[in-house]
Design a protein around this ligand. Sequence first.
Ligand code: B12
Length: 300
Amino acid sequence: MAVSEAPVDLVRIGELSNRVGVSPELLRAWERRYGLLQPLRSQGGFRLYSPHDEARVRRMQKELARGLSAAEAAVAAISSVVEKTSRTDAPSSAIERLRGELADALDLFDDAAAQSCLDRLFGTFSVEAVLRDVILPYLHDLGARWAAGDVNVGQEHFASHLIRGRLLGLARGWDQGGGPRAVLACPPGELHDLGLMSFGLALFRQGWRITFLGSDTPINTIEGAARTLPADMIVISATQPGYFMSSAEALTELTRTAPLGFAGAGASARVASAIGGHYLGDDPVEAARRISHGGWAEAE
Ligand code: B12
């Protein structure tokens, strides 16, 4: 996305290459193959790299020097920088101010201002912090304002499409690497997939590979994909329990293919145990962290 003003210390590929001592060609290859770099775009279309990208490259070099393969080194680099940046999250006032600016821009259908605000957020804070402190609360609030009649359907559609586009941009390369693989989908009839997408991004940054089937997916095709890949975990998300319960039999069958996690406002420990899976709790970023640190750790 275009950056109208340089938000932080963003540099072009040549400067990044000088700083880290890796050729631009190799940096591009790491970006393409492993999603190691997550550049923003200048208005002229150039890729701009943040200090987070630089930190990931440095970590990648260390891991390669220790003898890891490039794919393993990339996974280690991505997850290590996540942990570090999550601890240095921004002062809450700065992130809240940007969240307010984003909401104003989206309410006014101001695409450029909203993109620029998201550039500043992703250029300054970790992806996890932006998801947890801006995107997810914003979407939640958007629904409340829509239900109260304070924003109309056009504003809600504009905002959710713009955010979806940005999240998909961050998802590039999320099926690469050597980590375990998760298949993510919503059951038949369920269109809300942004929480699941956010979870996928957070899990990818913990070293998992993501195959995202998204909204309204027949259970037998989830099973087919999970068998073919194969999947180490399947996560299904829905806003209402009925979306799970109306496919309860097929979902129980699905647990034979891979461990099954339930999430979204319609999920609960009760739904999960009735069907035979695990409830992941209500925080996509925290759930990704928990899973990557030793299992489901069932949230009640
Ligand atoms: C964007 C949006 C849409 C978009 C969805 C686009 C997309 N690709 O996702 C569109 C326009 C398609 C849409 C359609 C509809 N929507 Co809508 N939508 C929203 C909105 C504004 C944001 C949804 C969102 O992404 N939220 C962010 C998520 C992450 O928040 P959350 O659902 O509260 O989830 C929390 C947890 O459950 C958990 N979580 C969620 N997913 C995951 C995944 C994992 C792995 C984990 C661990 C946790 C987790 O994290 C969140 C934070 O705690 C919400 C408002 C809201 N409160 O969310 C309404 C909302 C979900 N929609 C609603 C409604 C009513 C509808 C429609 C029926 C409207 C209509 N009349 O057509 C249709 C139904 C479509 C369908 N069949 O599914 C209601 C649902 C009410 C209910 N009890 O089910 C809401 C709550 C609005 C409201 N306040 O009334 N919607």
